[in-house]
Design a protein around this ligand. Structure first.
Ligand code: 4NP
Length: 188
């Protein structure tokens, strides 16, 4: 991740919130940062964050850090949707992230910004200030290996229980693939 550890940058960042602390810690330690993004940051992207965090721990990929955010601020400060938390819990995942909106800083701080669907992808690409920032934005569907008939992670918010289950299945597939691609890159 970009180094944001100078005194000046730390003072500038002190005026912000949780991402600020994250930025200071991660910027100093040159970690590889992944940001998962969906619309509300209460269903798909906090689940993605937890799925990836577990893979990081299982595979001892301690130089990868992960966070999530939403295109919208509708649910700012909220815990993930209760239905998403229940389905994730059944797979041993605790979702404790608090919803936050994507910020301009995210495009500098993170190395990979993973959009859950094409709408998120288009919005993120338009929010980027430079081509370099825009190039960090990818579609999660590009990482599917088993579920290749899907072209996004479908929004489960207005649907039933099966929608939350498929979110977790798709995330498991994509997050293993993302971890493999980062690990492979490090070896090259
Ligand atoms: P998410 O799901 O983008 O996966 O967090 C949604 C959550 C909330 C809304 C839409 C999608 N909403 O319209 O409030």
């Amino acid at each position: 991740m970009q180094n944001v550890g100078s005194d000046f940058q730390i003072n500038m960042l002190k005026s912000c919130d949780k991402i600020t602390t994250f930025a200071i810690i991660m910027g100093k330690s040159e970690k590889y940062g992944i940001l998962f993004v969906c619309l509300g940051n209460i269903c798909r992207s906090p689940a993605a964050q937890a799925v990836m965090q577990r893979i990081i721990e299982e595979r001892n990929l301690s130089d990868i850090v992960v966070d999530s955010a939403g295109i919208s601020s509708y649910h700012q400060g909220d815990l993930p949707d209760q239905r998403m938390r229940i389905h994730a819990r059944r797979r041993g995942l605790d979702l404790t992230h608090r919803s936050r909106q994507v910020k301009a800083d995210d495009f500098e701080l993170f190395d990979l910004i993973v959009a859950m669907d094409d709408s998120n992808y288009d919005r993120l690409r338009r929010l980027a200030f430079t081509q370099e920032e825009a190039d960090k934005v990818v579609r999660i569907a590009d990482y599917f290996r088993q579920f290749t008939t899907y072209d996004c992670i479908p929004d489960p918010y207005y649907g039933g229980a099966e929608g939350f289950e498929i979110v977790l299945d798709l995330l498991d597939d994509a997050c293993h693939s993302i971890a493999d691609s980062i690990a492979k890159h490090k070896l090259e």
